[in-house]
Design a protein around this ligand. Structure first.
Ligand code: NOJ
Length: 593
């Protein structure tokens, strides 16, 4: 099912990958927490959407202090989410739909509930048990000060003291102790974990905090205690590359023919520069790393063009897949506005290479901004004393049906009363549900479905015949971006405040909103609208003999729910403008991960 691409390109080079945050996707047993059987039930939906693979965020046993990124057993399934048998059923079911499964791997840290950390706590200072983690004596009188000044990504210091007076390092929550990758037992353990899941038939891994792992052996103070993605005492240490060379050997030792084909690993690497990122993509290292340039970009022509060019400085989209959202950042609809998010979806899927879609993006879900404090789960909220609201707003369980308990998120048999979803859904959530949007040709969902279908069929899309970076900019008004991809494809987006003429084309394949017309009857692209075009030498009049040129689909905007909960007005003109204003004022959506 992979889009575009050439014989010899691995499937992942062009793949559209759908990120499933399992606790919020679909709940088959009605306990209010999404689970693997729920995901299996919904595979036909993902197949109908037209994705090539799923990236499954952590589903491992976990006390869920950080949404599962606090793993207490790397080779099992959390009982609230299912069993290993359910995992195998997922792989089987997905295969029947030609969908690969990429699983999240969390090698920088585990959960404080992990048996090896419990053993370390029970063992004395200097023991082999403690050597698997980063324990140190403190500074100051009685060692009462942390061993150094490193900050935790979630607020506060990166160290927590244990009863015998030592401290352990955690770059994230205190419930997430960092592994000591300088101890060879850690590397050996992770190689086994890799093989455990590869042997079960997965297509690869998403590697959490791939730039973490090794720390400065002296654990020296940093000059600047504000968080940085630059190479530092705690990020981008050169030793990390030896790990990825070894992992690449393991990935490549699995057959690349047949299903699921060549195995990938996509690193979550937040970095300051193309040079820092490029190192991870050496030919014998990670097949892929995310590029977060569009996530960080303002909705402006200069920022979006710069984001694309910055990525192309170090990779094409087949090695550095495009993303506009994930479970860590404010949703695009709220960041940029509804119309802009629709246009951005067409941009995402037109860029060369592979693209990731975060669950609910295809429904145009807004960030839920007013979750009550006592319902918030993200440790960021607690560790910053509420100064940062955290990431719960983009993790609210999906609406599947217009009405009913939890809008179809939990099982819906007539005499069953499911538990409330683990994060509250806003009252009007059902208006954005899969059921409502499926019947509406103008919905977000219909736009995504049409785009994914065209992407599969159009030879220029995905990697395209000329390789990953086969796009060329076309002349465009200052407020717009136009680019061409061969054969015969033109992309146009208007990021300004007034309509612009469409570039020369012979047909409109798809548009994110209604097109306009100028006084001479020529097609125009309204603000915050994108179009996929068939290249042509002549600009055609939009109105000929009373017939209006139409894109494949006629697009109407869907309104976000109204009500008390946050993001409620994101579907309205006011909400859209608020989104744009927010983004103009605050380019970095959320940067603590
Ligand atoms: C990145 C993950 O995406 C985020 O959700 C998590 O909190 C941190 N890494 C720590 O694992």
């Amino acid at each position: 099912m992979s889009t575009g691409g050439n014989e010899g390109d691995p499937w992942w080079a062009s793949a559209v990958v759908y990120q499933v945050y399992p606790r919020s996707f679909a709940d088959a047993d009605g306990d209010g927490i999404g689970d693997l059987p729920g995901l299996v039930n919904r595979l036909p939906y993902l197949s109908g959407l037209g994705v090539d693979a799923i990236w499954l965020s952590p589903f491992y046993p976990s006390p869920l202090k950080d949404g599962g990124y606090d793993v207490s057993d790397y080779t099992d399934v959390d009982p609230r989410l299912g069993t290993l048998g359910d995992f195998d059923a997922l792989i089987d079911g997905a295969r029947k739909h030609h969908i690969r499964v990429i699983v999240d791997l969390v090698p920088n840290h585990c959960s404080s509930d992990h048996p090896l950390f419990k053993k370390a706590l029970a063992a004395p200072a200097g023991s082999v048990e403690r050597a698997l983690f980063i324990f140190r004596d403190g500074r100051g009188p009685d060692g009462g000060e942390p061993p150094n000044n490193w900050p935790s990504q979630f607020g506060g210091p990166a160290w927590t003291r244990v009863p015998d007076g030592q401290w352990y390092l955690h770059l994230f929550d205190s419930s997430q102790p960092d592994w000591n990758w300088r101890d060879p037992r850690v590397g050996a353990m992770f190689e086994e974990i890799l093989r455990f899941w590869l042997d079960r038939g997965i297509g690869g891994f998403r590697v959490d905090v791939a730039h973490g792992l090794f720390k400065d052996p002296q654990l020296a103070d940093v000059a600047d205690v504000t968080l940085t993605n630059r190479p530092s005492a705690y990020y981008h240490r050169p030793e990390v590359h030896t790990v990825y060379r070894r992992w690449r050997e393991i990935l490549d030792s699995y057959p690349s023919d047949g299903f699921p084909g060549a195995r990938t690993a996509v690193g979550e690497v937040w970095a300051d520069s193309a040079a820092t990122l490029k190192a991870y993509l050496a030919d014998d290292e990670l097949p892929q790393i995310f590029n977060f340039d569009l996530v960080r970009a303002k909705w402006s022509p200069t920022a979006v063009r710069e984001a694309i060019e910055t990525t192309h400085e170090f990779a094409d989209g087949s090695r550095a897949p495009w993303v506009i959202g994930n479970h860590d950042v404010v949703r695009p609809v709220t960041r940029w506005g509804v119309d802009a998010a629709r246009a951005a979806a067409l941009l995402l899927l037109a860029l060369p290479g592979s693209a990731y879609i975060y669950q609910g993006e295809e429904l145009g879900l807004p960030e839920v901004e007013d979750i009550p404090d006592d319902a918030r789960r993200d440790p960021t909220f607690r560790r910053t004393g509420g100064m940062e609201v955290g990431r719960d707003g983009c993790r609210v369980p999906l609406p599947w049906s217009a009405a009913g308990a939890s809008f179809g998120f939990s099982r819906t048999d007539p005499d069953f009363d499911p538990a409330p979803p683990w994060l509250p859904q806003p009252p009007g959530w059902g208006a954005l549900s899969v059921a409502v949007q499926s019947g509406d040709p103008g919905s977000f969902l219909s736009l995504y479905r049409a785009a994914l279908r065209l992407r599969r069929e159009h030879p220029a899309l995905g990697v395209g015949p000329d390789g990953g970076d086969a796009m060329r900019w076309l002349d465009a008004p200052d407020q717009a971006l136009f680019f061409a991809r061969d054969p015969g494809f033109v992309f146009a987006v208007n990021l300004g405040d007034s309509a612009v003429p469409l570039p020369p084309h012979s047909a409109v394949l798809l548009a994110s909103g209604p097109l306009g017309a100028d006084g001479g009857g020529r097609a125009t692209l309204p603000r915050d609208t994108a179009a996929w075009l068939t290249a042509g030498l002549q600009e055609r009049p939009v109105l000929t003999a009373g017939v209006q040129e139409r894109p494949v689909m006629c697009v109407r905007k869907i309104r976000a729910p109204s009500g008390r909960h946050g993001g409620a007005d994101s579907g309205t003109a006011q909400g859209r403008n608020a989104g744009r204003a927010r983004e103009r004022a605050q380019p970095q959506a959320r940067g603590r991960v």
